[in-house]
Write a protein that binds this ligand. Structure first.
Ligand code: FMN
Length: 314
């Protein structure tokens, strides 16, 4: 009886998109309902490719490649399917994700000798006394909200924004999905679009960088629009940007720009929609923050910090 019920139940689940149809390997996502590869955007495909390649690579470090070979072989097949799809879409063959995933595919039969060993580096020797230097640097950072009269030129600010974004992309991201999207604002008329939603110190900052996350890259993997990793991935990148600006002597202020704040008032929603329209920010972008950057008029007093001991759960 159980057996009799199993088959139709499986069919119903597949139809409802709640179960993977093993005959349809081109259907693809880790969580149902599965999306057709051909229905995914280039960004989604590349992100999935990174995620799958990352999981194959990680299996070597965790020493589970052999014991779970079927899973990783399946992932390799999926990467091949994506390669094919991207080729059909005439994606540049030098696209970094494609190059990396292909390296992993080529080395698949012996990843240790053909990928890990040739591309690894000898680690530098450790020096625990260095930690304090970094802590001191981090401690010097302040949220700056008053800007100096003299600021770098627009070109210099834009070059700094590019370097901040360069640092941002080297941040860790869940599954190496790299879902960040940035908008650089240097024109006063663009910054003014944020008036009434963000504070004066934000709209008056010489350089603003909007940080948004491509929600599709999470949805395509789990269909949960608000995986917590989305915000964590954003935070990791933002701190790399903050550190980059700080290393030049520039000041920064992280300004909250999350959906909760936007949705809290009708006027905020309108301002945000208008901002997105003017700045060509697509609706699949989840807003997270606006980083204000500029030469500080002064470094503000250090706000209180909780003692290390109090932060430790005992
Ligand atoms: C997620 C997050 C959101 C923040 N949002 C704002 C903001 O909207 N406006 C603001 O003036 N500062 C904002 N800040 C800065 C904090 O107020 C600041 O980091 C905190 O008061 C500690 O001061 P410090 O950064 O000088 O150490 C934010 C910081 C974080 C991490």
């Amino acid at each position: 009886m159980k057996k009799l019920l199993k088959k139709p139940l499986k069919k119903i689940l597949i139809k409802a998109g709640l179960k993977m149809d093993p005959a349809k390997q081109y259907l693809y996502s880790s969580v149902p309902p599965y999306k057709l590869i051909t229905n995914l955007t280039e960004e989604e495909l590349l992100s999935l490719m990174r995620h799958e390649a990352h999981r194959i690579e990680k299996s070597i470090y965790n020493d589970i490649f052999e014991s779970k070979f079927n899973i990783y072989n399946e992932k390799a097949k999926r990467i091949k399917e994506i390669c094919k799809e991207l080729e059909q879409r005439n994606l540049d063959e030098n696209e970094p994700t494609l190059v990396w995933a292909k390296q992993i595919l080529t080395a698949f039969n012996d990843l240790k000798s053909n990928f890990i060993e040739p591309y690894s580096k000898v680690p530098q020797s450790y020096d625990l006394s260095k930690a304090q230097e970094y802590v001191d640097f981090v401690q010097q950072r302040r949220s700056v909200r008053v800007w100096h009269d003299k600021q770098p030129s627009k070109d210099e600010l834009e070059a700094l924004a590019d370097q901040c974004i360069d640092a941002a992309r080297w941040a860790p991201s869940s599954g190496n999905r790299q879902p960040w999207q940035f908008k650089v604002l240097t024109e006063q008329q663009d910054k003014d679009l944020l008036k009434k939603i963000k504070e004066e110190h934000c709209t008056s900052a010489p350089l603003l960088i909007f940080i948004g996350m491509d929600r599709r890259l999470y949805g395509s993997l789990s269909l949960k629009q608000f995986e917590t990793a989305l915000y964590i991935d954003a935070g990791a990148a933002i701190m790399n940007m903050v550190g980059t600006a700080q290393s030049t002597g520039m000041g920064t202020c992280w300004n909250h720009f999350g959906r909760d704040m936007i949705d809290s008032r009708e006027i905020n929603k309108k301002i945000y929609l208008n901002f997105c329209e003017h700045m060509a920010i697509p609706d699949y972008i989840e807003p997270v923050a606006i980083l204000a950057i500029g030469a500080p008029a002064y470094m503000p007093p250090t706000p209180a910090r909780v003692k290390v001991q109090s932060l430790k759960i005992v």
